[in-house]
Design a protein around this ligand. Structure first.
Ligand code: A4P
Ligand code: MG
Length: 181
């Protein structure tokens, strides 16, 4: 992984973004997503996890995923950040069908936004299912293991220990291409 989240500047919130892909050139699309995120106004990428190859959760007839996590320091609010992430997904060719959990070129989920707990229309933070998903918790524990879930008070590394499905994941290398494997 790259360096741990650094100090926040005035007005910034630390947010954790889960990155996943299971169609096309998965690694290239995920790295392109990070480049797009780093170019967003009011967003600094402060840490990137390893990339894990993971078994699909959901409809079984879909390819395996690559999953990773990115920590950002942002002056945006949670809704603006989510909208910016959805725009990056669209730029990278994400198509949304009516069925959830189906194959996708890129998925960017806002897992945590500081200590905020939000259920407001189509915005839910923390991401409602992240505690039961090893494919989210493994990369997040790498870059922000001491960070607490504002709902349960548990640290991410502790949520990971309690989460099934870790043994299936295979680490394939760093998300940040400038970091040696
Ligand atoms: N939305 C609301 N809150 C958020 C948030 N915190 N982060 C809205 C992201 N999106 C949020 O998302 C549906 C809508 O949720 C968006 O319009 C957004 O406004 P979506 O990305 O279209 O749908 P999704 O990703 O299929 O649904 P969801 O509920 O995010 O699915 P999950 O739980 O992320 O599951 N298996 C493996 N191994 N690895 C994976 O990465 N991913 C999924 C998706 C299934 N199985 C997987 C993986
Ligand atoms: Mg999503």
């Amino acid at each position: 992984m790259s360096s741990a989240p650094d100090g926040l500047r005035a007005g910034e919130t630390l947010a954790l973004v889960a990155v996943g892909a299971n169609l096309g050139d998965r690694m290239a699309t995920m790295r392109a997503a990070v480049e797009h995120i780093a170019r967003l106004d009011g967003v600094r990428v402060v840490a990137q996890s390893s990339v894990y190859d993971t078994a699909p959760v959901g409809p079984p007839d879909q390819p395996r995923y690559l999953n990773a996590g990115v920590a950002v320091a942002t002056t945006l609010d949670a809704r603006a950040l989510l909208h910016a992430l959805l725009a990056v997904e669209a730029t990278l060719g994400r198509e949304r069908g009516s069925t959830r959990w189906t194959a996708r070129t890129i998925d960017l989920d806002l897992v945590l936004f500081g200590e905020c707990v939000i259920a407001d229309g189509d915005l839910h933070v923390p991401h409602p299912r992240f505690r039961e998903r090893a494919f989210v918790l493994m990369p997040m524990a790498e870059i922000a293991g001491q960070t607490r879930d504002p709902v349960t008070g548990e640290r991410l590394e502790s949520l990971l220990r309690a989460c099934p499905g870790r043994s299936d994941a295979v680490r394939v290398g760093p998300l940040d291409p400038s970091v040696r494997a």
